[in-house]
Design a protein around this ligand. Structure first.
Ligand code: FAD
Ligand code: 2HG
Ligand code: ZN
Length: 481
């Protein structure tokens, strides 16, 4: 486990749990929603990467906004620190306690409240699992504007709280655009009802945006309303090979120009990522097996006219092949092939997990320079570790992952602060879509000015004066002890 928690001191103003607290929670939620079982606690204290580990003694599972409100009101009055946790698939150490914070998971609040088939507006509780929402909408003839590899476990409340990006952001835009409203419970138990379903509402400050991407530091999200686009009948996916990164980038520019209105995803992975996927994931094979290529790009289109879309995509692929941007490629012939191609891209994080220790960096960078960082890192690290590059090409979002047999300070010293300085120098973001969590709370100044961070801290103090919500995360420890 990371020694990261040794860098942070437990805030002495927080209380520790006592038997009266447990009795109160049992009275409020019933015995079975107050979890003290050691095995269960071991799981919820540990993050997806098995890199961050807390020592919470209590997991609470409320079933209603009112229960969330009572929990927070009580915790605030007792100065008990709280970590909101959803699917626990976060990758920055934000969803697990650092010390003994009480874990609150709204996973039992998983009802769909309403779905309007005319507007496509879905209103649901925050504990709904993303994949379940995708299936529900599919049956209704609609799609979620958000899709990501962790869909089987992550909850919409977790997605909203991290402002998750994912595979279709290039088409549908971010949750700041798609979330029309939400309900959140503040640290003092007050319920903020901002659960609007309007496309347009300019009545003053749009406070819901504070909760989108605030990683549980300002309140617990309990309900969400989200705009969902209609499902279109024609989906095509090409799995392509490129000889160098410059070809991937040119392919992106061409795809935006020539496939614009039907382009729904454009993702890439390098040969190192492909090697790991083929080695560590069962049943995965390379769709372009004749030789290994340096880069692979997935281009997906979604449209309403099958023959038109297919023709358009085929013409694009042919001209890209003739222009030398693509060295090989294959189009998915059926739904099974389509999901097997996606499995390769979505499986990269899992393959890296199986390969050993992993250092993850999730960066927004100018797309034309993005891969230079991967090359620079390879030079810096030599034989110490494997450097893998993949991500959301269409969004300028690089996932730089560094894989090693085990965590090693000598490796970390080669990576940090170099990676953050590189990103700062290119005016990028040190967190494109995963958030800051515990991992990057102290690194915020690489991407935000001191004046901006100060306003963030003032908002935190206004909404959570005792600092009980997800302490040690998001804001730097100097101003968020
Ligand atoms: P958690 O991990 O449980 O929590 C995340 C943060 O939100 C924590 O800070 C937590 O305190 C807070 N939180 C959770 N629920 C609430 C709530 N109800 N109210 C307030 N705060 C809350 N991310 C992307 O952006 N794009 C991707 O493509 C992507 N792919 C992934 C693929 C894999 C295989 C994995 C493991 C992760 C991936 N992620 C991706 C990261 C992660 O899945 C997302 O950040 C996701 O949105 C987290 O949701 P969760 O339900 O697991 O939340
Ligand atoms: C993805 O796009 C996720 O696969 C995870 O955002 C990235 O693990 C990572 O670094
Ligand atoms: Zn991603």
């Amino acid at each position: 486990f990371s020694s990261v928690s040794t860098l942070v001191q437990r805030n002495p103003s927080f209380s520790t749990l006592n038997s009266d607290d447990i009795s109160y929670f049992k009275g409020l939620l019933g015995e079975k929603n107050v979890i003290q079982d050691e095995d269960r606690l071991e799981t919820v204290n540990t993050d997806w990467m098995h890199k961050y580990k807390g020592s919470s003694k209590l997991l609470l599972q409320p079933r209603s906004t009112e229960e969330v409100s009572q929990i927070l009101r009580y915790c605030n009055s007792r100065c008990l620190a709280v970590v909101p946790q959803a699917g626990n698939t976060g990758l920055v150490g934000g969803s697990v306690p650092v010390f003994d914070e009480v874990i609150v998971n709204v996973g039992s609040m998983n009802n769909i409240i309403s779905f309007d088939k005319v507007s496509g507006i879905l209103v649901c509780e925050a504990g709904c699992i993303l994949e379940n929402l995708i299936s529900f909408l599919d049956n209704q003839g609609f799609v979620m504007p958000l899709d990501l590899g962790a869909k089987g476990s992550c909850q919409i409340g977790g997605n909203v709280s991290t402002n998750a990006g994912g595979l279709r952001l290039v088409r549908y835009g971010s949750l700041h655009g798609n979330v029309l409203g939400l309900e959140a419970v503040l640290a003092n138990g007050d319920v903020l009802d901002m659960l609007g379903t309007l496309r347009k509402d300019n009545t003053g400050y749009d406070l819901k945006h504070l909760f989108i991407g605030s990683e549980g530091s300002l309140g617990i999200v309990t309900k969400v309303s989200i705009l969902t686009p209609p499902k279109l009948s024609s989906v095509n996916l090409a799995f392509l090979a490129c000889k160098d990164y410059s070809s991937c980038q040119k392919l992106l520019v061409e795809a935006k120009r020539k496939l614009g209105e039907i382009l729904s995803a454009i993702e890439f992975l390098d040969d190192q990522a492909m090697v790991l996927v083929l080695h560590h994931l069962d049943g995965v094979r390379n769709p372009l097996p004749t030789s290994m290529h340096n880069f692979y790009v997935l281009i997906e289109t979604i449209g309403s006219d099958d023959s038109f879309d297919r023709e358009k995509l085929e013409a694009f692929l042919l001209s890209s092949m003739e222009g030398g941007l693509i060295s090989d490629g294959v189009l998915a012939q059926d739904i099974n092939q389509l999901s097997s191609f996606w499995r390769i891209r979505e499986g990269v994080p899992e393959a890296l997990m199986k390969a050993g220790a992993v250092y993850k960096y999730d960066l927004s960078l100018p797309v034309e320079k993005m891969y230079n960082l991967v090359n620079d890192m390879r030079v810096r690290l030599g034989n110490l570790a494997k450097v893998v590059g993949y991500g959301h090409l269409g969004d300028g979002n690089l996932h730089l992952n560094i894989s090693a047999p085990q965590y090693d300070d000598a490796i970390l010293e080669q990576i940090e602060p170099y990676v953050y300085e590189w990103t700062y120098k290119h005016r990028g973001s040190i967190s494109a879509e995963h958030g800051l969590g515990l991992m990057k709370a102290n690194k915020i100044y690489y991407s935000k000015t001191p004046e901006t961070v100060q306003i963030m801290a003032s908002i935190k103090t206004l909404l959570d004066p005792n600092g009980i919500l997800n302490p040690y995360k998001v804001l730097p420890h100097s101003i968020n002890p």
